[in-house]
Design a binder for this molecule. Structure first.
Ligand code: CA
Length: 226
């Protein structure tokens, strides 16, 4: 993979670069927000690892700018311990996943695998999932509603795929955060709400029948309700 690392701490950036090289990834380093944004917009990356606290422009702004131009590139943000507000802002800005510094390299590689799984699918059955007039094309990574193409980010895609594979039942926020984000994190339920809102705006708001339903006090239900 071709990976951009936006990180101002030279030590962290160097360790990231050296280790990713060992796993045969190509790595570009940007030491501040301006260079990070420029590189991210000018080049095609398979993944962007983005520190949130950066000189000149912070990671949230970089994330927004990149997401505005590029709907699909997976963005993994790096945050300091205890910065929950930043985390939620990062997800709102379009980040797909996060890692708290200092992190284990094993954990970083697991996140990278999870985010890249999307772009390297192995062919199997059911390559197009359908619910009512919504279609999710797993090979071409696009959604269609009433035949209209809808661009999704990496995480929105994974979340929608999860819903479409588990229709017509109530899914708790905890279950969703565990299955889709693959970890139990305290703020997980907020993140689920943030992402369900993103998805709803894209795939449900302008269409009928409504498919993404909030079940008060229980979670979410995906499917056509009587
Ligand atoms: Ca930093």
């Amino acid at each position: 993979m071709n990976i951009l690392v936006v990180e101002d701490e030279p030590k962290v950036a160097t360790v990231l670069r050296d280790t990713l090289y060992e796993y045969n990834h190509l790595v570009d380093i940007a030491p501040d927000g301006i260079e990070g944004r420029q590189k991210a917009l000018e080049n095609e990356y398979d993944l962007i690892i983005l520190d949130l606290v950066l000189p000149y422009i912070n990671g949230i702004e970089v994330c927004k700018a990149v997401r505005h131009e590029k709907a699909k590139v997976p963005i993994l943000m790096l945050t300091a311990l205890g910065s929950t507000d930043d985390l939620v802002k990062g997800f709102e800005a379009g980040a797909d996943d996060y890692l708290v510094k200092p992190f284990e390299f094993k954990e970083l590689m697991a996140r990278i695998m999870a985010l890249s799984r999307r772009s390297s699918v192995v062919s199997d059955e059911n390559r197009i999932l359908k619910t009512a007039n919504l279609e999710l094309d797993l090979d071409r990574k696009i959604a269609r509603r009433d035949g209209v193409k809808i661009e999704l980010t990496a995480k929105e895609f994974i979340l929608l795929e999860y819903f479409m594979r588990h229709p017509d039942k109530v899914l708790s926020r905890n279950t969703i955060s565990r299955k889709v984000w693959e970890i139990d994190f305290e703020t997980g339920t907020n993140i689920v709400d943030v992402y369900v809102n993103f998805l709803r705006k894209k795939i449900d708001k302008a269409y009928e029948p409504k498919l993404l339903h909030t079940m008060i006090g229980m979670g979410y239900y995906f499917g056509v309700r009587e």
